[in-house]
Design a binder for this molecule. Structure first.
Ligand SMILES: Cc1cc2nc3c(=O)[nH]c(=O)nc-3n(C[C@H](O)[C@H](O)[C@H](O)COP(=O)(O)OP(=O)(O)OC[C@H]3O[C@@H](n4cnc5c(N)ncnc54)[C@H](O)[C@@H]3O)c2cc1C
Length: 418
């Protein structure tokens, strides 16, 4: 089967990929192709049938499918081509892609520039080492969400949720709505992993107990889960003697973290950041392979789809400019560094040639007034709080970056109590 050549190729048709397609077309790219392994467009948002999407973009509260419908319509109007049921199984340093689908078999897509938008996957049970048997009834929260919302299956009748990531919180409420009992949500850290609004709307409103500093230390059951042993943890995250208790349940849902889906990024030779697990980018969303760009949860796990779409548009626009030979050459390389309370952030460096937004998450919550800043006087904002579950940002203006003395090579971003 012959190869396909396009101006901009995009991998993944979630919020990031669909928006990247739009950004590329709006920036003048001729042929823009979005390749998606699923048979439908929309990415993870297809199964997110709860409201809470689009508050920033559309000033309305939409469900995930409604939110994506609007973006997909806009992409179609912009002339973006979609190829579904098509798995990208190889990526090369020049951005060309190996693809397979039932109609064409195996073929290659070459392009002037490529945008990686493969999203992320959930950490499974194997990644968290809980002793005990491996009975049926243990699922990641996202898998359970797909079962309930798309396939029409209930994973069980009596559930515990391990981890307080947003998907777990949303699934706790969903299980209640479908008639199950949710015993509790257990979180190993002293603070919640998900958004405050999800704690209120998904747990508090339904009287679901939420235990911080708790973890599951044993799984019971042979064929089917029969219960879990839960323990309280001290400030060093060691079990508090005598705090062990058995919680009967037939289902455990895991919401213990998301990992950017980066096999293709690695294959293409894009440098991966050891902390985020996503590709190292500059503010133009360009990886260390210049013709390869990346956006969305494949880069860093975002809290809101609105930011993902916004970043996708920008990545697509820059990819189109690169393909046309119109993307400015980097003026310099200024490394971004996280301060005392910041480990996860992106981009990892800026070129000084454009305005930049650095997204980050604080490691520890600040519940009092705080200062969100970038050093060298580049940015400062006051906030009422900063929490690990919510993405934060600093904006760096091109003019301010250009005015930095030549010996400045690093910019620190952080949030601190004031
Ligand atoms: C359960 C859940 C609840 C959420 N709730 C909210 C909320 O209430 N409000 C909100 O604003 N945000 C919410 N979010 C966050 C938001 O949905 C995500 O941040 C956003 O979907 C990420 O978009 P993405 O395009 O990066 O990834 P995804 O949506 O995951 O899309 C990635 C796409 O790439 C495709 N793909 C991957 N690998 C390949 C390959 N090799 N070949 C071809 N295609 C490939 C996948 O099939 C997928 O379609 C929620 C997320 C989850 C998981």
């Amino acid at each position: 089967m012959s190869d396909i050549h396009v101006d901009v190729a995009v991998v993944g048709a979630g919020p990031a990929g669909v928006a990247a397609g739009i950004g590329a077309r709006e920036a003048g790219a001729g042929r823009v192709l979005v390749i998606e392994r699923d048979w439908d467009l929309g990415g993870i948002l297809q199964q997110c049938i709860h409201p809470g999407f689009g508050l920033h973009t559309f000033k309305e509260e939409l469900t995930g499918p409604e939110y994506m419908h609007r973006w997909i319509e806009r992409a179609r109007e912009a002339g973006v081509e979609f190829m579904t049921n098509s798995m990208v199984f190889g990526a090369h340093p020049d951005g060309s892609l190996d693809v397979m689908n039932p109609d064409r078999g195996v073929f290659r897509v070459t392009s002037g520039a490529t945008v990686l938008a493969m999203g992320c996957r959930e950490r499974p049970l194997g990644a968290i080492n809980i002793p005990g048997s491996r009975p049926a009834g243990i699922y990641t929260a996202g898998t359970a969400q797909r079962f309930v919302n798309m396939e029409g299956y209930m994973p069980g009748d009596r559930a515990v949720i391990l981890g307080s990531g947003d998907i777990g919180l949303i699934m706790a409420r969903r299980m209640i709505w479908e008639g199950a009992k949710v015993e509790a949500v257990f979180e190993i850290m002293p603070w919640a992993g998900g958004l405050r609004r999800n704690i209120a709307q998904c747990l508090d409103d339904y009287g679901i107990p939420f235990y911080l500093n708790h973890s599951v230390v044993r799984v019971h059951g042979h064929d089917r889960l029969e219960g879990v042993t839960v323990v309280e943890l001290d400030s060093d995250r060691r079990p508090v003697p005598g705090s062990e208790r058995f919680v009967p349940c037939d289902t455990m849902l895991l919401a213990v973290g998301l990992i950017p889906e980066n096999e293709l990024s690695r294959m293409a030779g894009a440098e991966i950041h050891p902390v985020t697990g996503g590709p190292i980018l500059n503010e133009l969303y360009q990886t260390t392979r210049p013709s390869i760009f990346a956006a969305g949860n494949v880069v860093i796990v975002y809290d809101l789809a609105d930011w993902v779409s916004q970043e996708g548009v920008a990545a697509g626009r820059n990819a189109a400019l690169y393909a046309a030979g119109a993307l400015p050459e980097p003026a310099r390389r200024l490394a971004i560094r996280g301060g005392k309370n910041v480990r996860l952030f992106s981009p990892h460096y800026v070129t000084g040639g454009a305005d930049a937004t650095v997204y980050f998450r604080v490691t520890r919550p600040i519940e009092k007034r705080c200062r969100v800043f970038a050093d060298h006087g580049l940015y400062e904002r006051r906030e009422r709080y900063a929490r690990p579950g919510e993405m934060n940002e600093v904006r760096l203006a091109r003019e301010a970056l250009a005015a930095l003395p030549d010996d400045v090579t690093e910019i620190v971003v952080d949030a601190e109590e004031v």
